[in-house]
Design a protein around this ligand. Sequence first.
Ligand code: SRM
Ligand code: SF4
Length: 561
Amino acid sequence: MFIEPLLMSDAHLSHIEKVKQASDALRGSISEGLADEITGSISEDDKALVKFHGMYLQDDRDRREERAEKKLERLYSFMIRLRLPGGFLTADQWLATQNIAGEHATGVIKITTRQTVQLHGLYKSHVKPTIQAFNQASLYSLATCGDINRNVIAAAHPRQSPIHQEIHDFSYKIDQLLLPKTKAYYEIWLDDEKIADKKDEEDPLYQDRYLPRKFKIAIAIPPNNDVDVFGNDLGLIAVIEKGKLQGYNISIGGGLSSTHGNPATYPRLGTVIGFVSGEENILKTIYEVVTIQRDYGNRSDRSLARLKYTVDKMGVDWFKTEIARRTGFVLEKERPFLFTERKDYYGWFQNSDSLWYYTPFIENGRVTDDEKVAMKTALYEIAETRKLNFRFTANQNVILADIQSEDKAAIEKILQKYNIEAYTQSISSIRRNSMACVALSTCPLAFAEAQRYLPSLLSKIEPLLDKYHLQQEDIILRMTGCPNGCARSYIAEIGFIGTSLGKYNLQLGGDHAGMRLNKVFKESLDEDAILQELDVLFAAFAKEKKAGESLGDFALRKQWV
Ligand code: SRM
Ligand code: SF4
């Protein structure tokens, strides 16, 4: 049945909808705001618009009180995120990124849970030089945030399949298909001339209202679900038969966030709706899923605007029919697929083209030099050999990639010089499989710590696992400072979701492959309570688990949640 798209009167549109429409293709008053030296901030409306250019205005929350006492405005700075479909950088681009981080930001590169990098702490006067320096290295931040398709992620490790590159390249094609047409980014940041004819930036996909909310796409290659494909608005699951890519199973409506106290919001795993083959038809399907969300997504309440709510509101069957109506063909029945794992492959591996890959452990994606390891210095020196590429994973790691056999020794020598191999090997299973989001001090939405706290919490959890001889268990543990789920804590076997400073909901029962959401086990626990609960859980797990049973499956079977 055809249902007319919702034509909302202006009164029902959220404020951001009006900002987008009145923005002159995302220009707003960003240029004027940048020139204003009186404040480190920008106007409220421009804060929404700069997201589309790849930035967030933030402030240092650790320094709010001290600044308020001195009657100073908050210490504002920008976070910038790069657009890297499939998470790929050349060695020269890595060097440029490290140099830019040192010159204009805090010096720390943060590898995100979506295969890209962020720099934090850019003062207003540094933003334009940063984007210009990135541009020199052919790197862009356009459309990495905002109500638009974000960085397309793809199975990271080239050992995953002999046709990994073909599948990986598809992330670029999707990226290009869904880029906005506005020239505002080039005008504002790169001083391109103002376009004379507005027709040049007419955008049939995004029009002047863009999407109701962010939109995320991932490509997975079974059996490894390293991208957490079902946490995405749109997921593509590669179907490979006899060494050839047949096409993709399509999943829609994944999203991993909820809001404390708002029962209308919920995390949801994507629903597989069928199979599609042939590049043209695959791209058409992707495009039309996006247009359906554009036309039917909720534009009055942003907390209910993601595709998952549109899918549940309209129904999966309706959605499939509407895709067929728009593309002119019907999706085939889904093909069988099996995910058995969801992890990064640490250490050295060779792929089918005899190229070498090394994944070091980078705790929560923060590339820095600390008391444990000089990762930042080591990676810079490795990049200077220019004998590799850098591939990011969706688990906040980087793979030193595409290394010829004859170049391996040189890179290994640098890894050894900085003790990276021994350090990576020394990391416990649970820490290797853990992730924490940024949270404090930059994230304005954080209720609790995450990346600054998880390392020390893990140091207290590790002895508990040792106590019950569980140190070899591949337990997936994730922590977020709020229920937005940026480190995908809703699909961890042990998930921590911040409720207030020092307190977390403890969630249990997620599976190993990312096919099942976890559930709240205990609410708002402090550290002592967390450790007590885990002690009891690990004791029971050690005693009663079946052979090969994972902690998440055990927690569910034994009805802990
Ligand atoms: Fe996220 C908002 C960090 C992946 C769900 N996320 C934010 C902001 C921008 C806070 C804000 O709106 O002001 C955080 C910036 C913190 C900082 O200081 O850097 C932030 N999100 C991150 C990153 C950096 C976490 C990390 O430590 O790696 C990840 C960047 C990914 C990227 O490169 O694009 C990140 N965010 C995710 C994921 C995981 C994923 O996509 O696989 C999710 C859950 C999946 C999903 O989208 O459903 C996620 N972030 C959110 C949400 C909730 C969206 C919703 O549907 O309600 C918000 C809040 C919002 O959009 O209003 C949010
Ligand atoms: Fe911030 Fe919450 Fe995302 Fe963590 S989960 S980065 S606290 S929005």
